[in-house]
Ligand binder design. Structure first.
Ligand SMILES: NC(=O)c1ccc[n+]([C@@H]2O[C@H](COP(=O)([O-])OP(=O)(O)OC[C@H]3O[C@@H](n4cnc5c(N)ncnc54)[C@H](OP(=O)(O)O)[C@@H]3O)[C@@H](O)[C@H]2O)c1
Length: 232
């Protein structure tokens, strides 16, 4: 657990994955600001979320204002919009953790792994932003469908990749706040594994007619303290 309530901006929070994370983080007691290209849309979606949650945990504004007001920023826009969205909010990200949930899906063949030439969509964003922003890759393999069913336990694990161990630890704490076990899974380049898995999971969803196949890590103690990274 992260141990205190923080303010999270969710860029693309009006959509499927960001909306699910917003509901879960709001339910967990964090303050959530939905970012959107359209502040009015974000406000309307936030109002509906607050009705679902039964309290005013969520607000909505532009992506830029949301990023500026947040302690931690979460990116949940389609791959085609990932870089442009980051460039738009770049100044506001300085000194912060950016959690990037992007999987580089290229419609229509979303069930086929199509990693970018850089190797990983999220690593490319860390390279773009440089050392002033600690980018952490997470949540690529968590179904939006399951996140949005608030009464449902999220029965899958999350690979947490990033070059900064402390930033990864913060994201593991945030995942724990919404009932998801996150695992230190190495540096940001390893995000390629989680990004590729998304297409494999979509293929499983299609083949077995289910909305949210996920992954479980086995063979490691599931005690939070033991999962801490001792290598750095
Ligand atoms: N859906 C899932 O189950 C799932 C699971 C894991 C990871 N992800 C990842 O999460 C990200 C978002 O997926 P999603 O399914 O939530 O997508 P989505 O619902 O289609 O889009 C999310 C939001 O992104 C914004 N957006 C859409 N097109 C845009 C554009 N061209 N430029 C700027 N903003 C745009 C929209 O917000 P505004 O119109 O309000 O700006 C939209 O509500 C993707 O990278 C995906 O791979 C998704």
């Amino acid at each position: 657990m992260i141990g205190k309530a923080i303010t999270l901006a969710i860029l693309g929070g009006t959509g499927q994955e960001g909306g699910g994370l917003a509901l879960r983080f709001g339910k967990a007691g964090h303050r959530v600001i939905l970012g959107s290209r359209d502040a009015a849309r974000a406000s309307a979606v936030a109002r509906a979320m607050n009705e679902t949650l039964g309290r005013a945990a969520v607000s909505g504004t532009t992506n830029k204002e949301a990023a500026a007001a947040a302690d931690v920023v979460v990116l949940t826009v389609p791959y085609a919009a990932q870089r442009a969205t980051v460039e738009e909010v770049r100044e506001a990200l300085r000194g912060k953790i950016l959690i990037d949930a992007t999987a580089p899906l290229k419609p229509p063949k979303v069930a086929r792994v199509q990693l970018p030439p850089e190797g990983s969509a999220v690593a490319a964003i860390q390279a773009l932003l440089g050392g002033e922003v600690r980018v952490v890759s997470a949540f690529q393999n968590v179904s939006a469908h399951h996140l949005r069913e608030l009464g449902r336990e999220i029965a899958c694990d999350v690979l947490i990749c990033g070059d900064d161990a402390a930033a990864r630890e913060t994201v593991i704490g945030l995942a724990a706040d919404i009932g998801i076990a996150g695992f230190h899974a190495g540096p940001i380049c390893n995000s390629a594994a989680a990004e590729a898995l998304t297409s494999a999971l979509i293929a499983i969803n299609l083949r077995y007619k289910c909305p949210g196949a996920g992954i479980r890590i086995t063979g490691v103690a599931r005690d939070r303290e033991l999962l801490r990274d001792s290598s750095e």
